[in-house]
Design a protein around this ligand. Structure first.
Ligand code: NAD
Length: 249
């Protein structure tokens, strides 16, 4: 592993443009369950698509609302971990770093990364499901049995996260694709990379000639195709990677 970390650190040191692409795994050590955990955990009785689709929301808006309010509370109480902090530090030592995340928590920002491209939105923002007007969450909404009603059009309010079948936030995908085509190095952390179009990023970077580094305790198709696979948890591997870069500056 030491040799691979050194190799990854040397690659990053030589890079001008770095793209970091993260998924639920980077927040696992902050106590936020990954999508897979969610399937085996508290909500295992429900198809995740029910909680993340227009159909599911239309069928049971109260249930979907309560699930997101519980998840919001958990994400607000969670703290950034060493992996988030190492990525923020990486942003300080490479010339240009773009951080694209599929996560809807704000732990990258809270660790000091800036800016962060949120491909799947944020659980802390809300808008009307009908007229798309933005909505500011009130304290009483958190414990409500049903979603708030839009003051403008009367439709349900929902979290501003991307559900299955929905478009990604305007402009964000273009920025991510441009960064993938331009980067010298792509660092993928904690994603199974099966949710599209976000999962196109590794292919684009690969095709453009970037070196792909994958950080994940479990091998998958990204680690198989990566030039450097650093097997392990983000909170362990990423601080070692950044330390190796700093030591050899
Ligand atoms: P996923 O659950 O499909 O995959 C998680 C990946 O993280 C797996 O490959 C797993 O091996 C890896 N992993 C587990 N622990 C890790 C650790 N400590 N360090 C590094 N990697 C670790 O998640 P996904 O690929 O992000 O896709 C699921 C979708 O669900 C995304 O679209 C995302 O928006 C959403 N989601 C977000 C959050 C969040 O905001 N924190 C949490 C769950 C799901």
């Amino acid at each position: 592993m030491d040799t691979l970390i050194e190799k990854a650190a040397a690659t990053l040191r030589a890079a001008q443009h770095v793209l970091v692409f993260t998924g639920a795994g980077v927040s696992a050590e902050s106590g936020i369950s990954t999508f897979r955990d969610a399937q085996t955990g508290l909500w295992s009785r429900f198809d995740p698509a029910t909680l993340a689709s227009q159909k599911g929301f239309a069928r049971n808006p109260g249930f979907v609302w309560q699930w997101y309010m519980e998840r919001l509370g958990a994400m607000e109480s969670a703290l950034p971990n060493d992996g988030h902090r190492a990525l923020a530090a990486l942003g300080e030592v490479v010339p240009t770093l773009t951080l694209a995340t599929q996560n809807i928590d704000n732990l990258h920002e809270r660790a000091g990364s800036h800016p962060v491209l949120h491909m799947h939105g944020s659980i802390a923002r809300f808008h009307c499901n009908g007229c798309a007007g933005s909505y500011t969450l009130r304290a009483e909404d958190r414990l409500a049995q049903m979603p708030p009603v839009c003051p403008l059009c009367g439709d349900w309010v929902r979290p501003s996260v991307v559900w299955f079948g929905e478009m990604l936030p305007e402009g964000v995908l273009d920025e991510c694709f441009a960064a993938a085509r331009q980067c010298d190095v792509l660092v993928v952390v904690g994603t199974s990379a099966v949710v599209y179009p976000a999962a196109f990023l590794p292919d684009l970077a690969h095709a453009a000639g970037a070196t792909v580094i994958d950080v994940n305790p479990e091998p998958n198709h990204i680690s198989d195709a990566a030039h450097i696979y650093l097997q392990g948890a983000g909170g362990v591997v990423l601080p070692r990677l950044v330390a190796a870069m700093e030591l050899s500056v």
